[in-house]
Ligand binder design. Structure first.
Ligand SMILES: [Zn+2]
Length: 193
């Protein structure tokens, strides 16, 4: 769907006087200004587009097609790594990966499986300046980590190297943390310990 503002051809006028030309020029300026203002209004009024495929979004912030392709991670999953199990092995059972190579952290959770649509969204936030995705993705993360967040004292966004910060102009983990903090009520630590 696209809206288009077409420009009308000016009517031919028989040799206008200097004052008439001035008036016409003012009218043209007014019309041009109106078109700019109308264009801005149209941009604001246009419905939001899906960040992944640019078609119209549904209630979930994505198009119905992309929403259907997102694979949210839900139990059963490894208590330690958060990776999903194909079947439920029972409460507290750890994955083979967690047993063979225990990570430095106690527990991790992920919102979605890293498939094509998830990769598109992550890249759009990280490299495409699509910072409006942060509140949406932050809500998904807050939901996935609900259990951990109820026991958390603070959120610590992963710091970004200054060169990357200079390149990207923002730290996406801070933006995500703000959304997670807003949803969960857990404060963001001012500085990493
Ligand atoms: Zn889409």
């Amino acid at each position: 769907m696209a809206l288009q503002v077409t420009e009308q051809q000016p009517l031919a006028e028989p040799r206008p006087s200097r004052f008439a030309r001035l008036g016409a020029s003012m009218r043209t300026g007014f019309r041009a200004g109106f078109r700019v203002a109308a264009g801005r209004t149209l941009n604001v009024a246009l419905p939001p587009l899906c960040p992944a495929c640019r078609s119209l979004v549904g209630e979930n912030g994505l198009s119905a097609n992309c929403w259907g392709k997102l694979s949210f991670i839900a139990p059963p999953y490894c208590e330690r790594l958060g990776i999903p199990f194909a079947y439920d092995p029972g409460a507290g059972v750890l994955s083979m990966q967690a047993l063979a190579d225990p990570p430095a952290y106690q527990r991790a959770r992920a919102a979605v499986r890293y498939n094509d649509i998830a990769r598109t969204l992550v890249h759009a936030l990280k490299y495409g300046d699509r910072i409006e995705l942060a509140p949406l993705m932050g809500r998904w993360i807050a939901r996935a980590g609900q259990e951990l967040l109820t026991q958390a004292d603070a959120l610590v966004p992963v710091p970004l190297h200054w060169r990357r910060l200079w390149m990207h102009r923002f730290n996406q983990s801070i933006l995500l943390s703000k959304a997670i903090s807003y949803t969960s009520g857990v404060p963001i630590a001012e500085t990493a310990p």
